[in-house]
Design a protein around this ligand. Structure first.
Ligand SMILES: [Fe+2]
Length: 323
């Protein structure tokens, strides 16, 4: 079937990302430098969200004045952050609700461009706000105990193995940290790539399927220097990737999420998405309308819901319509 070929994937991707102000590489990944004012705003909103995520009992945080002070506090106290998953995702809670909504408004606003506005149907909520360091990306220890084929982000993976749509486009925006030592490593599909086969992988044949469908050497040299703070990165679901940390003392703070484009009827039939991920979808229209906000209730502050994405994914949120 046509959707299974690499050629189809590249054609679709290059049609979505046709803006000349951004750059496509290998037909599957796009980089766009953010406007300086918006970049600064996002950095501040991201730090404010993380600070608000700390247990409200830590009152000292109210005295933090600027980004440097906030960043220092976060790096020093990250181990005390109760709302962080095993993969480093900081889950929104009732006490970070206001800051979370401010941040997502700016983030989703990045996609209100002429090219993308009419292309994006859904996002997966909540957004991934991630603190990646060596300490919170513990190899494959837990992987061996799990029956899932996807667990830690340091194992090469694609998002559809964690239940996301195989037609999804991943977005990642590095905001702080050393992206030369702490980054994402990408592996290009081979010419004979078969999307159906790759998405039918199981624990037994995973290595074999990776070997058959993906090149062994990372594709990163093809887009050297593009993976940096302030550059918005988008890639097709079929691009294999993993977290790479070369310096144990390094860290990286970034925003990550997946959007699902409007699909043709034929694409819809070939679309694979888990029931958990289906429940987490919200339309781009709602998210960028500025007429809604996501509410995270106090009752869920200490709770985490288990989903395919990790053992402690976000708990439920409610969409509140503003009058
Ligand atoms: Fe990923």
């Amino acid at each position: 079937m046509e959707f299974n070929s690499l050629e189809y994937r590249k054609k679709r991707f290059e049609k979505i990302f046709s803006n000349k102000k951004s750059k496509n590489y290998i037909g599957l990944i796009n980089f766009k430098k953010l406007d300086a004012v918006i970049y600064e705003k996002l950095k501040e909103q991201c730090l404010d969200f993380i600070i608000a995520s700390f247990d409200p009992k830590i009152k000292k945080i109210n005295f933090l004045q600027n980004n440097d002070e906030k960043l220092k506090f976060i790096n020093k106290n990250i181990g005390k952050l109760y709302s962080m998953t095993a993969n480093g995702f900081i889950v929104p809670k009732s006490h970070s609700c206001k800051e979370y909504n401010a941040l997502i408004k700016t983030f989703y606003g990045l996609f209100d461009t002429k090219e993308l506005e009419s292309v994006i149907k859904y996002w997966q909520e909540p957004l991934g706000i991630c603190f990646k360091s060596y300490d919170n990306d513990r190899s494959s220890l837990e992987m061996s105990k799990s029956s899932r084929i996807y667990h830690q982000t340091s194992n090469a993976h694609i998002e559809s193995w964690a239940g996301y749509s195989n037609f999804g486009i991943n977005t990642l925006l590095p905001l702080f940290g050393d992206t030369t030592k702490n980054y994402t490593e990408f592996f290009e599909p081979k010419e004979n790539y078969n999307d159906f086969e790759v998405n039918s992988a199981n624990r037994k044949n995973l290595d074999q399927i990776k070997y058959k469908n993906y090149k062994e050497k990372p594709a990163n040299p093809a887009f050297k220097n593009e993976y940096s703070c302030g550059n918005l990165i988008c890639w097709d679901n079929c691009l294999l990737h993993r977290t790479k940390i070369n310096d144990k003392k390094s860290y990286r703070i970034f925003i990550v999420n997946q959007f699902i484009p409007y699909l043709t009827r034929k694409e819809s039939k070939a679309n694979i998405i888990s029931k958990y991920r289906k429940l987490g979808r919200l339309t781009h229209n709602i998210l960028s309308s500025k007429k809604h906000f996501l509410k995270f209730s106090k009752i869920n502050d200490r709770r985490f819901k288990s989903t395919l994405g990790g053992k402690r994914d976000a708990y439920n949120y409610n969409v509140i319509k503003l009058k």
